[in-house]
Design a binder for this molecule. Structure first.
Ligand SMILES: CC(=O)SCCNC(=O)CCNC(=O)[C@H](O)C(C)(C)COP(=O)(O)OP(=O)(O)OC[C@H]1O[C@@H](n2cnc3c(N)ncnc32)[C@H](O)[C@@H]1OP(=O)(O)O
Length: 472
């Protein structure tokens, strides 16, 4: 590879080591101007041979550029030149540098190493397979005081793999998940550099593929399984997690790990986490009352079932529907109708039930009952507040009302900024005047159906008062 300038004045030896100064080691410039010119020439040489190396490897971008070399303290380039009696030739490039890597050892555990790496290696096509590559590589190993197996190879080509196999008998690769190739014997030389991200000498990060999901786990080197180099995992390895911080939280069992190690995959058991129900008085730190565990939820459900619905307690009701009943479920609708006809329904039946011409009203009645039931349950979950609390006790300022009409439309009517919401069921849309709504607003009344209202119309009125956060 020829250049427009005489490279023999720059490189006094066949192999020159160049660092981030872009001047060959031992180069002496008579003046500053010469130094700057030489730097520019070396930059041009490096860029040119870097391009040639990338082309030889089929890379779209060169791995070696003068800018990268200038800006990196950890990398050096070995250039091989020939004196052809004219301007001289550049015939080879070898770039190495230390890199901080997470690599798998032969047991599949991840280790953090700061390893010397072969980053770029190129011998001009006219000189390949003539032994120059080995000369250049040997020079580098000697200068850096390294063994070939100590080096990690960055994306080696088939030619380089063959080169290493032939000259250094490197055949036993340790599989990695990154582009680096390391060989057996790599870790024997890394003992002195062993460390983890905390700098601890006796810990390392596991190679779990779930590390990205659940965070790294730190396994002690004192683990007897690691000491014995046994990969049989009859018992769970001792995993030491950080007691605090990001990785301090309990992690779910890694099912992939169980599959890989042929263990029965157990169902993931959710920890008994506290359940937080939104409190109306969060700002008063009273939400502690609303924090419970799953068992508390059952108690809450029992409390809900014991509430008086439409003036009738559960004790009077032979068939209490499941709390999970969905108001939109048509089948459940039918079942409830049958129950009601048999006198085993959950709610009281209005008089028009006996009128066969009123079947539409009956259906509407059941739908509304189920809606009410569902909304009550939802309301209870969000705001499990004794129904005798008044506005002053709850401190709420927002009042709004929902009016559910006979055609299943819901009218949500905000009256003014007071404290509670009211759902009015079975009222004609828009027919409920604000004044009449106000008349029925009594903060001391229960969240259940409004008996007095229901008597005003054959459709029946069921007001549901609720505590709500302000929506608008
Ligand atoms: C991390 C990296 O840099 S990966 C990129 C490596 N670089 C390249 O692939 C660029 C193209 N190749 C080259 O530049 C050179 O072939 C090098 C640098 C790999 C080796 O340099 P050479 O001067 O050819 O090596 P040298 O002559 O000392 O050793 C020759 C041995 O290298 C291997 N080798 C070299 N060229 C080839 C080739 N075309 N095909 C297969 N093996 C080859 C063989 O093992 C060969 O031995 P053999 O001739 O008995 O089969």
């Amino acid at each position: 590879m020829e250049f427009r300038f005489n490279i023999n004045k720059i490189f006094k030896n066949n192999i020159s080591r160049i660092g981030n100064s872009l001047l060959p080691a031992g180069f002496i410039a008579p003046d500053r101007r010469t130094a700057l010119d030489t730097t520019a020439y070396v930059a041009e040489i490096i860029n040119t041979i870097g391009q040639a190396s990338a082309a030889a490897q089929g890379l779209s971008q060169p791995v070696t550029t003068s800018d990268r070399l200038r800006n990196c303290d950890e990398q050096v380039v070995y250039l091989m030149t020939e004196d052809d009696g004219r301007n001289g030739l550049v015939v080879g490039l070898l770039k190495i540098g230390r890199k901080s890597l997470y690599v798998f050892d032969k047991f599949g555990d991840t280790k953090h190493v700061n390893a010397p790496c072969v980053l770029d290696f190129y011998i001009h096509e006219s000189r390949q397979r003539s032994g120059l590559g080995k000369i250049l590589f040997e020079y580098m190993l000697e200068f850096e005081n390294l063994l070939p197996e100590q080096m990690a190879i960055d994306r080696p080509s088939e030619k380089l793999l063959s080169f290493l196999r032939k000259h250094y008998a490197l055949t036993q690769k340790i599989p990695q998940m990154n582009n680096f190739v390391i060989y057996d014997g790599f870790f024997a030389s890394q003992e002195s550099q062993k460390s983890d991200i905390n700098g601890s000498a006796n810990m390392h990060i596991t190679a779990s593929p779930n590390s990205n999901l659940f965070g790294p786990q730190f396994i002690s080197e004192d683990n007897p399984k690691r000491r014995s180099n046994s990969r049989a995992r009859e018992e769970a390895p001792m995993v030491q997690s950080q007691a605090f911080g990001r990785y301090g939280a309990p992690r779910p069992q890694c099912s992939l790990n169980q599959i890989i190690h042929n263990k029965p995959v157990t169902a993931v058991q959710e920890p008994n986490r506290p359940i937080y129900y939104p409190s109306r008085d969060d700002h008063n730190n009273e939400h502690e009352e609303n924090v419970g565990t799953a068992s508390n939820v059952e108690e809450l459900a029992q409390d809900m079932q014991s509430l008086d619905v439409v003036g009738k307690s559960d004790d009077d009701l032979p068939n209490t529907p499941s709390p999970s009943v969905s108001p939109s479920n048509e089948n459940d609708d039918e079942e409830d109708q049958v129950d009601a006809k048999n006198g085993t329904g959950y709610y009281q039946q209005p008089e028009y039930f006996d009128d066969p011409e009123n079947s539409q009203n009956q259906q509407q009645y059941y739908r509304n009952q189920q809606n009410l039931h569902y909304q009550q349950q939802q309301q209870e979950r969000v705001s499990p507040i004794p129904n005798h609390y008044n506005k002053r006790q709850t401190g709420k300022k927002n009042v709004s009302s929902i009016i559910v009409g006979t055609d299943n439309k819901i009218e949500f009517d905000q009256i003014d900024d007071k404290g509670f919401g009211v759902v009015k069921i079975n009222r004609p849309i828009g027919a409920s005047s604000r004044s009449s709504t106000h008349e029925h607003l009594n903060d001391n009344e229960s969240i259940h159906s409004h008996e007095s209202s229901r008597t005003h119309t054959a459709d029946g009125y069921f007001d549901l008062k609720f505590f709500s956060h302000r929506l608008w």
